[in-house]
Design a binder for this molecule. Structure first.
Ligand SMILES: Nc1ncnc2c1ncn2[C@@H]1O[C@H](COP(=O)(O)OP(=O)(O)O)[C@@H](O)[C@H]1O
Ligand SMILES: [Mg+2]
Length: 292
């Protein structure tokens, strides 16, 4: 049994945790980046890392953050994962689930279709629709990058003039406008970490302001969420096809809503309040998935 971990940063905290967990379980492993790979057509092996034929030498790939890149780089990387999956490789998370979850609009649309609670949200490339949407959403909205993470680039806007300036700037740079009703959450939210079909750890993130990303300074607080929230998180992961997921939920006046699902979640903050070793849970799960 040999597990591959695909990551842009082999020395990152989460990578190191995974390496230790793999070593503890005596699983041979290799860490690799997409830039190290070669894919071949009409020649063999189809996907290789120097002398390593990924298909014959690895059982499973764990995908950590695949990195920023141009559209060409990202689509190529996903295509290589799809190729490996067609050849029979177990990939955690599967490429289709990564593609679904990276797009916040697509994610919420799929959740809504399956009856999960989501905040009112508008996506458009049209300035007039966005201005109307700003009012329809109550004139207090969060404008987010469609493909963003770690709270970077999100802005809360309650002034229509500021909203219009922002919309115009985003459209000028060929962005898609994505705006969401602001949900009063008292500067805290809930992150549930799903592995397989259960929540293995969760935390309340308590922030100095409305953005509750740990990377922006929110403090993790231990939490055993209500069963309803655990069910929501597991269902959300299943809908997108993610075997590992970090699910972000806000507590609105009308109950919990899901705002996004991360298919390559970090767990450094969460580990400080978690009862289990999350890297070991991931490795145990990866072992159990071999051949599935
Ligand atoms: N609709 C909203 N109302 C209030 N706060 C929000 C809303 N959407 C996002 N936030 C806050 O911003 C943070 C980042 O938003 P999120 O959708 O999770 O994107 P990211 O991928 O940047 O983490 C959330 O953790 C939450 O604290
Ligand atoms: Mg988030």
């Amino acid at each position: 049994m040999k597990i591959g971990v695909v990551t842009r940063n082999q020395e990152a905290w989460c990578s190191t945790q995974l390496r230790q967990a793999l070593e503890k379980n005596s699983i041979s492993h290799v860490f690799l980046g997409f830039r190290d790979l070669v894919a071949r057509v009409g020649m063999k092996p189809e996907v290789a890392l120097k002398e390593t034929n990924l298909m014959t030498d690895l059982n499973t790939l764990i995908i950590r953050p695949i990195g920023r890149g141009s559209l060409e780089e990202i689509i190529y990387r996903m295509d290589v994962l799809h190729k490996l999956q067609r050849l029979g490789m177990t990939i955690i998370n599967p490429p289709l689930s990564i593609e679904r979850s990276v797009d916040k609009y697509h994610t919420l649309a799929l959740f809504e279709e399956r009856g999960l609670p989501v905040p009112q949200t508008i996506a458009t490339e049209n300035l007039e629709e966005a201005k109307q949407g700003f009012h329809d959403l109550g004139g207090d909205v969060v404008i987010k990058p469609l493909f963003g993470s770690r709270g970077i680039g999100s802005a809360r806007v309650s002034d229509p003039d500021v909203a219009e300036r922002l919309f115009r700037a985003i459209l000028f740079h060929h962005g898609v406008l994505y705006l969401q009703r602001f949900i009063s959450h008292g500067d805290s939210d809930i992150r549930a970490f799903v592995i397989g079909s259960k929540v293995v750890a969760a935390m309340r993130r308590v922030a100095p302001n409305w953005k509750t990303n740990v990377s922006l300074g929110a403090r993790p607080v231990a939490l055993n969420p209500p069963e309803e929230m655990k069910r929501l998180a597991v269902e959300a992961a299943e809908i997108l096809g993610c075997k590992i997921a970090g699910v972000d939920m806000l507590e609105s006046h009308d109950g919990p809503v899901i705002i996004e699902l991360n298919s390559q979640p970090g767990w450094r903050g969460l580990q400080t309040v978690a009862a289990v070793n999350i890297a070991e849970e991931i490795v145990k799960f990866a072992i159990s998935e071999v051949g599935n």
